[in-house]
Design a protein. Structure first.
Length: 513
């Protein structure tokens, strides 16, 4: 995926005086009129307007409980403000990600919540005293990891005044973020932001891998010949899978550094600043000809009432702190700066890229299906429900976020919960204000391809015949089949109807570009 700086400035003005004026505006245009975009769209496009609406909505919903996502009046109000449909979108589907698994059951993946115990006969059978599904404790050798998080302090946003967003843009005056004193389960979007911004990029998928191992989820049927099922240190055994997760995250980080945009641009924050200037009348003409596109965006979002909600939120945030409130060219009623969950500069799509790569490793190495077959299309393995590792789904208790409560829901599939894990981490970038939903999903797909390349390399190096099958984030089936001493294992792609083959790989590989 190529990140590029695009602008809605139009042709250069004629005349020496206009050229001089354009040159004087260049630094401001670079940060405001030039908009970072994975899709190369201009500020006035419908796609850019929808993405900006989603970013504002994500910023305003950071402290709403996921357990009450479908009934919270604030969520419902913001869902109605989303452009593209006269009635907005359904609250339950707001900001959940695109994969089918991300839209099933509770918002938060079970693999971000549960501990490593296995339920049997209707009760919890902990592996050790105090451990179990509901405790959130996960075995990591002799250590116990907790799914509890102590992340960013709730109801505190950053970058809500002009000086604040400029300091973040220029990386000046580093601010130490305030954190929660007490740890709890992931309960709100701000908790997802904390996992994305404060954790190592491989941390959540690595913990999920430990949960699956402790729950007794079998490794892929095509890996059994390598001895993975019986030897922890065998190729594609538990130790190897854990190392693959970290290696996938490392490769994703390198890819993110390669694709990283110019550091003077803040992406979504710069887009919001341009929109705020346009909504305020752009008195200093900082936007130049790009102002028309930003004005169009401001018109659409203000008609839905979304910008007014953002301005009120920013005014409340600025009133809390005596050193905030310098709005520069903006007015208090037109302050549409994007409220940020953290005070530091954006991490962009890097966490979503790592999530896509790491989760793809897990989908390839664990058995996602109840029956074997030549193509990865068949009955999915359940994670919750009768005869499944979990008798029911769990979510964070709103009254006590240090506890989990059972949820009545249709059985959840293991594949769906892994896809949901990736979607949760990608949406954490959106809730942070670091990436648009479109960019976050594209990063998942790019990370998926990084992982497939890594898996083909590892399969080729295995001393045993190896077959891996997985379902992509777009629903395609992939099979990687390697024989010893074969340098280039074939990767076969199958669509949802079972059609495809090796010749479909090239189209799949470049689909996200």
């Amino acid at each position: 995926m190529t990140l590029r700086l695009v602008s809605d400035r139009g042709p250069a003005p004629d005349g020496a005086r206009d050229e001089e004026a354009a040159g004087a505006r260049a630094p401001q245009l670079h940060a405001l009129g030039g908009v970072l975009s994975q899709s190369g769209v201009a500020p006035s496009s419908e796609s850019a307007i929808s993405d900006m609406a989603a970013l504002y909505g994500a910023g305003l919903l950071r402290d709403c409980e996921f357990a009450q996502w479908g009934t919270d009046p604030q969520v419902a109000a913001l869902a109605r403000m989303m452009p593209g449909d006269p009635d907005g979108v359904a609250p339950d589907s707001l900001l959940r990600g695109r994969m089918d698994g991300a839209r099933q059951g509770p918002y938060v993946s079970q693999l971000l919540l549960i501990g490593g115990g296995v339920e049997r006969d209707g009760g919890i059978d902990p592996r050790e005293a105090g451990a179990g599904v509901r405790s959130g404790l996960v075995s990591y050798g002799t250590q116990r990891l907790s799914q509890h998080v102590a992340g960013y302090l709730s109801r505190l946003d950053y970058g809500t005044d002009w000086a604040g967003w400029q300091n973040a843009r220029d990386r000046r005056g580093a601010v130490t973020p305030r954190l929660e004193r007490f740890a709890h389960f992931v309960a709100t979007p701000r908790d997802l932001v904390s996992r994305v911004c404060l954790d190592a990029p491989f941390q959540a998928p690595l913990t999920a891998c430990l949960v699956l191992l402790e729950a007794g989820i079998p490794l892929g049927a095509g890996l059994s010949g390598s001895g993975a099922a019986s030897d922890a240190d065998a190729p594609f055994g538990p130790s190897h899978i854990l190392s693959l997760v970290t290696e996938a995250a490392s490769r994703a980080a390198r890819a993110a550094r390669t694709d990283r945009h110019d550091r003077r641009s803040l992406g979504p924050q710069a887009l919001a600043a341009g929109l705020a200037l346009a909504w305020s009348g752009d008195r200093d003409r900082a936007l130049g000809m790009a102002g028309e596109g930003f004005s169009r965006m401001a018109e659409v979002l203000s008609e839905r009432g979304l910008l007014q909600r953002v301005a009120a939120h920013n005014a409340y945030q600025n009133a809390l702190w005596p050193d905030r409130g310098a709005l520069g060219p903006l007015g208090e009623e037109t302050n549409a700066l994007l409220p940020m969950a953290h005070p530091s500069a954006t991490r962009g799509i890097a966490p979503a890229l790592a999530a896509g790569a790491c989760v793809t490793i897990l989908k390839a190495c664990f058995e996602m299906f109840d029956r074997p077959g030549p193509a990865p299309l068949g009955a999915l393995r359940a994670l919750t429900g009768p005869d499944a590792p979990l008798s029911c789904a769990w979510q964070t208790c709103p009254e006590n976020p240090q506890d989990l409560r059972p949820v009545a829901a249709a059985p959840l599939m293991l594949l769906g919960e892994l896809d949901k894990l990736a979607a949760n981490l990608a949406m954490g970038c959106v809730f942070a204000g670091d990436a648009t939903p479109e960019a976050a999903h594209a990063a998942l797909r790019q990370g998926e391809r990084i992982a497939v390349r890594l898996l083909t390399e590892e399969a080729a190096a295995s001393p045993w015949p190896t077959t891996m099958r997985l379902t992509s984030f777009d629903g395609d089936g992939l099979t990687i089949k390697a024989a010893p001493a074969r340098d280039d294992p074939p990767v076969t792609i199958w669509n949802e109807d079972g059609a495809g083959g090796a010749d479909a790989l090239r189209a799949w590989w470049t689909r996200q570009a």
